[in-house]
Design a protein around this ligand. Structure first.
Ligand code: SF4
Length: 359
């Protein structure tokens, strides 16, 4: 974390962002917020996958009024996403939310802004200003022609000034664009301009594969430069996929460790086991574990033993069977159908041993 830009620390419920805190993972529910059961179930699934802050949409009073009931049943901070309607922001604050996503310049008259900001201040609820290339102010579009980085930063500055003029500094900023180079440039400029924590994301990034790649490049480039305090990977896919991709991006950059890392080969004509199936099964099961470790899954002996040597646990394929490695050493040969189960039995045994040694 050494070269990270030092931003102001903002507290969202019990979670700190900015100021050298770990880069936090966020996501957004796809359920109607007023459906408390479905929303809580989705949030619990996301919590288990590693989500640290969750946002829900609040388009109506019914949705805003459901926030308190949701908050009571989840562990991670709850963020209400409000557009235009200051009354919904007031309800959300009364319901005990941990953060507001709201652009103060979009909620109307001065007294409305003051009322919302005063309540947020009193309850110590931070506000994220979320500037988006797709909803930039008309005059800025006319001035710049497109949602350029300068236009996005100028829009953010306007909202920031409104809050600062009211003595409100618990601010997080996002400047999202669907064009990756534009998004990167906007955040770079924002990082030079503001000291508030930055919430990174490529907006409307697309489906699972495309969106993951676009986000990995956009968000990853910025994180590598030390820019960014929290990330949301927008995907046209289940929210849990967003959390997984966010985890992989942070792990790939060495910024966070969440559990096992699965190293797997791409397979080739030499493989005598189904590498894709094995790798996917191992990845799915490894995602549920918390202890950091490396697990290698390789199709044959060309690279298998070498990679296993560098791993805590490994599988190397042979003819419809495979060798299990532990700490780089050959353990035993297992039929292909039992490889994954046997591997996770060994991982479980190791965990139990560790726990016994502790007690
Ligand atoms: S480890 Fe073996 S099967 Fe996998 S890509 Fe390398 S040579 Fe092919």
């Amino acid at each position: 974390m050494g070269n990270r830009k030092k931003t102001k620390t903002v507290q969202i419920g019990k979670v700190l962002i900015g100021g050298g805190s770990p880069v936090r993972i966020q996501s957004m529910c796809t359920t109607p917020t007023r459906d408390v059961e479905a929303t809580v179930a989705q949030i619990q699934e996301l919590e288990a996958a590693g989500c640290e802050i969750i946002r829900v949409a609040c388009p109506t009073e019914k949705d805003a009024n459901a926030l308190g009931a949701i908050k009571k049943r989840i562990k991670i901070p709850l963020v209400a996403d409000i557009h235009f309607n200051y009354r919904l922001a007031l309800i959300a604050l009364d319901q005990g939310i941990d953060k507001l996503r709201l652009n103060p310049g979009n909620i109307g008259s001065r007294d409305r802004i003051e009322t919302v900001v005063a309540k947020a201040k009193e309850r110590k609820v931070p506000i994220r200003i979320g500037v988006n290339g797709g909803s930039l102010e008309k005059d800025l579009l006319e001035k710049y022609g497109h949602p350029t980085p300068e236009a996005l930063v100028e829009s953010a500055s306007r909202h920031v000034k409104i809050l600062e003029a009211l003595g409100f500094y618990d601010i997080v900023l996002s400047l999202k664009a669907s064009d990756v180079p534009a998004m990167v440039a906007a955040y770079r400029l924002a990082s030079e301009t503001f000291d508030y924590p930055l919430h990174l994301g490529v907006t409307e990034a697309g489906t699972l594969l495309r969106g993951s790649v676009y986000n990995a490049i956009g968000v990853g480039t910025l994180l590598q430069e030390g820019i960014g305090d929290t990330i949301r990977i927008s995907l046209s896919a289940e929210s849990v996929e967003e959390v997984k991709v966010a985890r992989f991006i942070l792990e790939a950059l060495g910024l966070r460790k969440f559990g096992p890392r699965v190293v797997a080969c791409p397979s080739c004509g030499r493989a005598e086991v189904d590498v894709f199936k094995l790798a996917n099964e191992v990845e799915t099961r490894a995602m549920k574990l918390k202890d950091p470790m490396t697990i290698s899954v390789l199709g044959c002996v060309v690279n298998g033993p070498g990679e296993a040597h560098e791993s805590d646990f490994g599988i190397t394929g042979g003819k419809e069977k495979g060798m299990i490695y532990i700490d780089g050493k050959q353990e035993r040969v297992v039929p292909e159908a039992k490889l994954v189960d046997e591997l996770f039995n060994e991982i479980q045994k190791r965990k139990q041993k560790k726990q016994e040694n502790k007690t």
